[in-house]
Design a binder for this molecule. Structure first.
Ligand SMILES: Cc1cc2nc3c(=O)[nH]c(=O)nc-3n(C[C@H](O)[C@H](O)[C@H](O)COP(=O)(O)OP(=O)(O)OC[C@H]3O[C@@H](n4cnc5c(N)ncnc54)[C@H](O)[C@@H]3O)c2cc1C
Length: 464
């Protein structure tokens, strides 16, 4: 586990108290503000006439600020991909934040994720791309087979788009790499947010499960699919889309035997894939239709048994990868999303509270874009927040609205597209499956246009 994890886990409360002092100190050192005035104080003075939105003025959640509450400037809820990438991006811009994570340590489950070139360009921008590249194989292409093992089509990514870069990364290593960029006291573990309220002075009161409270000037909610902050802001729960996924990470101690490509297998209402991650590890998933999300299963032998039943008699390589998967890496996830309809959906921010990543736009993994988009959000938000903090050109509320305006047009269509692709791929109608296997995939599908969504331009974090 990352150094940050073990250090912070031992004393989360101490860290909450310490951090506002160190924040000011570090920012003043970096940007030579007068010692008596932090950027935040400057921003507050300039924004007094415009900072409270009509919503916050009338909000039933508005309470009187407690003079003795612990104070923080920027609090990020959740040390997942979005939370850590946002904290690192802000740090690159000279801005310190406090990350609150409900778990005792960084998440070790969740197996792997496929990151496309948009994800890699963000990882490069925040300075961890090359460290990760050395640990994960570059995936050259994709082969698609039917459940009886017949190859229907194969693609080479670089033939379709020379700039494409695809790698499956272990989630644990991605999180640790991001966390290691932060000062060791940045993440407070065992810090579960249970209540959030707006205070009269425009700050936000955060109540943690252990009863402790703190006031934050800015809250960046990266608390994932079940985000309590999104709920507080009026978002409905994400919706189950009718299929679930088993995932795991096969381990080949003597070295895995596969070419670096994604191996897709399409059945009727079930699809599976396996993809090499490193010289010894192979990520796989099996996605299947189910009328309900079903109960949470923690018995890993049952998870393995259910997976095997779904793909019995499928190509031997897939079954072998599943066989070589340690029990503790097998998980089952019901797939959900939430469509951000214009007007009907609440905005991504209210006052100085903003949503990032799955907390705002949970999407199904059919395009492999959830984490990539969380990374994109992180750099766009950090850049805008830093501009608001450092100049008088815009308020923090305006920066958050500008983030939403820029990101909505990107994430809403992707959420719909991922959903439609999943629905098509999960169809179990025999006639459709016949047409798919004999006409659509062999003759009609073209990978280049299907990966256009991985083109993503963004302002560099540091301009000099
Ligand atoms: C089956 C599957 C396959 C996927 N494959 C891919 C892929 O190949 N490529 C890709 O780009 N994306 C993929 N995704 C999507 C990707 O996993 C998510 O989009 C990504 O994890 C979102 O990151 P996040 O930081 O927003 O949320 P999370 O990773 O969920 O992190 C949220 C964090 O907040 C913490 N938290 C939650 N509530 C609280 C609270 N109350 N207080 C404090 N902390 C809290 C959680 O413990 C967690 O650490 C896949 C998803 C699934 C389900």
């Amino acid at each position: 586990m990352a150094m940050a994890a073990s250090t912070s886990a031992s004393s989360p409360h101490l860290l909450l108290v310490k951090s506002s002092i160190s924040f000011r100190h570090s920012f003043q050192c970096l940007h030579r503000l007068p010692a008596s005035q932090s950027w935040f104080e400057a921003a507050q003075i300039n924004n007094t006439s415009r900072s409270i939105t009509p919503k916050s003025r009338t909000s039933p959640f508005c309470i009187k600020a407690q003079a003795d509450a612990k104070k923080e400037d920027i609090v990020i809820i959740g040390a997942g991909i979005a939370g850590l990438a946002t904290a690192v991006s802000l740090q690159r811009l000279g801005i310190k934040s406090r990350v609150l994570e409900q778990a005792e340590s960084l998440r070790t489950g969740g197996t792997s994720l496929t990151l496309f070139k948009n994800g890699w360009s963000v990882l490069d921008a925040i300075g961890v791309g090359n460290e990760l590249r050395t640990q994960f194989l570059e995936i050259q292409g994709m082969v698609i087979k039917s459940e009886d093992g017949n190859e229907m089509r194969s693609f080479n990514f670089k033939d379709e788009d020379e700039s494409q870069e695809v790698r499956a990364v272990e989630r644990r290593i991605l999180l640790e790499t991001l966390a290691n960029q932060l000062p060791s006291d940045s993440v407070s573990f065992s810090s579960r947010l249970v209540n959030i309220q707006r205070e009269e002075n425009g700050e936000t009161k955060l109540q943690l499960q252990d009863g402790s409270e703190l006031s934050a000037k800015v809250v960046i909610a990266c608390d994932g699919i079940g985000s309590p902050v999104a709920k507080w802001m009026g978002f409905p729960q994400p919706k189950y889309v009718g299929h679930c996924a088993f995932r795991g990470l096969g381990y080949f101690p003597e070295g895995q035997p596969f070419n670096p490509r994604v191996n897709y297998i399409y059945g009727k209402g079930i699809r599976a894939a396996y993809v090499p991650v490193s010289s010894t590890k192979v990520y796989w998933f099996v996605c299947f239709n189910s009328s309900s999300p079903g109960p949470k299963i923690t018995d890993t032998s049952l998870l393995r048994q259910q997976t095997n039943e779904l793909v019995r008699n499928w190509p031997a390589d897939l079954l072998n990868v599943i066989d070589l998967t340690p029990d503790d890496t097998i998980i089952r996830t019901p797939l959900v999303d939430r469509w951000l309809w214009p007007v009907a959906s609440p905005p991504a921010s209210t006052g100085k509270v903003v949503l990032v990543g799955d907390a705002w736009h949970p999407m199904t993994p059919n395009l492999g874009q959830g984490a990539c988009c969380a990374l994109e959000d992180a750099v766009v938000l950090a850049k805008k927040l830093a501009e608001a903090v450092k100049s008088e050109a815009m308020s923090i509320e305006e920066a958050f609205r500008s983030y939403q305006d820029e990101r909505w047009g990107r994430v809403f269509p992707l959420t719909i597209r991922a959903n439609v692709v999943g629905t098509l791929l999960q169809w179990d109608d025999p006639l459709w499956c016949f047409v798919r296997n004999n006409i659509v995939i062999p003759k009609l599908v073209s990978l280049g246009p299907a990966l256009e969504h991985t083109n993503f331009e963004f302002e560099p974090l540091l301009t000099n």
